[in-house]
Design a protein around this ligand. Structure first.
Ligand code: NDP
Length: 287
């Protein structure tokens, strides 16, 4: 029977660590602050924004909220980002994606100063990730690395298969596993023999956005399964990309949905915020 990797518990530990760091920084005169910008009122985005603000409140990070109307122009949003880039009391800037059609998402991502890019989406952050330099890591894949490490699941030298190659999950996930010395294969919708490749994985990351796609035929005995997908089935019930009931007897460990990867994304955003505050002010909580 697979061991359930408790993302709720691990994310709570991480948020408590952040809380301690933020308190130490405050004692030294630095109040970490995150600007959260939402354009329009997409219900899913509103839930994500609310969770991020709640996490800020819990950890002692000041959140500055900008709720802009749906018809906000690209120039208006870029102007706000420029003002926040210049504001030394704000250390992180987050624009909740997606943005409405009249706004070019790429321009928005590139407008955020890399020093304040706590989502880790700026090309400078992506470059740093690939070359192994210092930079902000995208929150979902960084959270998955923490889930594995804090559950004592070895990455070094093991076969890792990432299914999905998006810029926010699949690609950075593969790079982070590589940085941890995993032997990494990336699969996508053109991959042939997907089942056979997945069956070789000691660590399988499922991030394709298809409910219950991965069943026991894709799983190696004892493998660690990271289920990134999140889907709302009939009613309120959530499920992932993995058919959990079908793989439980084969897998060695698995992240549940909900309560696995999801809570980690917000926790890692908080980590990036206190890191941003320390880098920008030169004040270190630990010294
Ligand atoms: P995208 O839709 O951007 O990417 C999906 C990827 O899966 C693509 O690379 C696509 O391949 C690949 N894919 C789709 N179908 C198949 C298939 N049948 N076989 C193999 N590969 C396939 O999704 P995201 O990466 O943004 O998100 C993936 C899932 O993770 C979603 O369910 C999303 O809701 C969830 N998510 C959860 C987060 C969390 O915090 N828990 C955070 C972010 C996302 P190709 O490139 O060839 O089209």
């Amino acid at each position: 029977m697979a061991f359930l990797i408790d993302g709720k518990k691990i994310s709570a530990q991480i948020k408590d660590e952040v809380k301690e760091t933020a308190a130490k920084l405050k004692q030294k005169g630095v109040e970490p602050a995150l600007a959260v910008i939402q354009v329009g009122a997409d219900p899913a985005s509103s839930v994500y924004v609310r969770n991020k603000k709640k996490a800020c409140e819990y950890t002692g990070i000041r959140s500055v909220s900008y709720e802009l109307p749906e018809e906000t122009t690209e120039a208006e949003l870029l102007d706000l980002i420029a003002r926040l880039n210049a504001d030394t009391s704000v250390h992180g800037i987050l624009v909740q994606l997606p943005v409405p059609d009249q706004i070019n998402e790429k321009k928005v991502i590139e407008a955020i100063s890399p020093e304040k890019d706590v989502d880790g989406f700026h090309p400078m952050s992506v470059g740093a990730l690939v070359t192994g330099e210092d930079g902000f890591m995208p929150c979902t894949p960084a959270g998955i690395i923490q889930l594995l490490k804090r559950s004592n699941i070895d990455i070094d030298g093991r076969r890792c298969v990432v299914v999905g190659r998006s810029n926010i999950v699949g690609k950075p996930m593969a790079i982070l596993l590589l940085r941890e010395n995993g032997t990494v294969t990336i699969c996508h919708s053109h991959t042939k023999d997907l089942k056979e490749i997945c069956k070789e994985a000691d660590i399988l990351v499922a991030a394709i956005g298809k409910p219950k796609f991965f069943n026991h035929e894709y799983i190696k005995e004892g493998a660690a399964i990271i289920d990134v997908g999140i889907h709302r089935l009939g009613g309120k019930k959530l499920c992932g990309d993995v058919d959990r009931d079908d793989v439980m007897d084969i897998a060695g460990a698995i992240t549940p949905v909900p309560g696995g990867v999801g809570p980690m994304t917000v926790a890692m955003l908080m980590v990036n915020c206190v890191e941003a505050a320390q880098k920008q002010t030169g004040v270190k909580a630990a010294e």
